[in-house]
Ligand binder design. Sequence first.
Ligand SMILES: NC(=O)c1ccc[n+]([C@@H]2O[C@H](COP(=O)([O-])OP(=O)(O)OC[C@H]3O[C@@H](n4cnc5c(N)ncnc54)[C@H](OP(=O)(O)O)[C@@H]3O)[C@@H](O)[C@H]2O)c1
Length: 247
Amino acid sequence: MKNIAIIGATSGIAQACARIWAAEADIRLILIGRSQERLTQVSNDLKVRSPKAVIESYEVNFTDPRAVAACVTYVTGTYGLDIALFAAGVMPTQELLSTSPALAAETIALNSISPTLFAEPILQFFTNQNHGTMALIGSVAGDRGRKANYLYGASKAFIATYAAGLQHRFAKTPIRIVLIKPGPTATAMTAELQADGIRMAKPEKVAQDIILGISKGDAVIYTPRIWGLIMAIVRKVPAPIFNRLNF
Ligand SMILES: NC(=O)c1ccc[n+]([C@@H]2O[C@H](COP(=O)([O-])OP(=O)(O)OC[C@H]3O[C@@H](n4cnc5c(N)ncnc54)[C@H](OP(=O)(O)O)[C@@H]3O)[C@@H](O)[C@H]2O)c1
């Protein structure tokens, strides 16, 4: 049986991934989140959709290094682990982040630091068993800082550099590090942008791309794929022109 931990399992994108995985045979899903109540809701929903699915859950404080270490020890020791997907994240507006240093610190703690708290002990476990895939959700926002969301973007650029370093570290091993960069996707995170009429990808489409990319061990997944091309262009726009654009 393949053991898959979804960290931040109540996220819209993570739930779409969980639905696809839960429908497959011989998979145990381990849902990890900050609220057992919400994890139970997600677990119940998955069991209705896929009655044969094997689903466990674990509540943990994502920014408490000791609690996260205990969570990883419990999950790897109790079930084993083949794939871990880190999906938790927050995206407050740049206006709020610019005026609340406490909120900015919390955002960086969840988006940038907490993935490392999970990934390092998980990768130690993968090293000992000589296989495993660690998938981290970054964002297209991490590819170039924009005035609309530069602190969130910077927190995701951290993930991109962290994943690149891990890919270098594990290059000569069977362990795979997958960096996922979604474009705007219709989840709770983007509810206000959706209300403004901004077009979004469906989480189901993003989840399909993520699961295919993880199964192939892709280094970087832009999803939907068009965002790879869009961001290649955005990265190349010269600063004097970029700074005149309003997006
Ligand atoms: N949606 C997009 O357009 C988009 C684009 C690019 C990248 N991403 C990234 O994709 C990932 C998933 O995003 P999503 O759109 O699926 O988000 P979402 O539906 O808004 O879910 C956010 C997740 O983060 C968890 N979370 C929030 N604060 C937390 C905390 N302090 N401790 C632990 N967990 C916390 C939430 O848990 P609760 O349910 O308990 O609140 C939930 O599981 C995120 O990393 C996001 O940055 C999203």
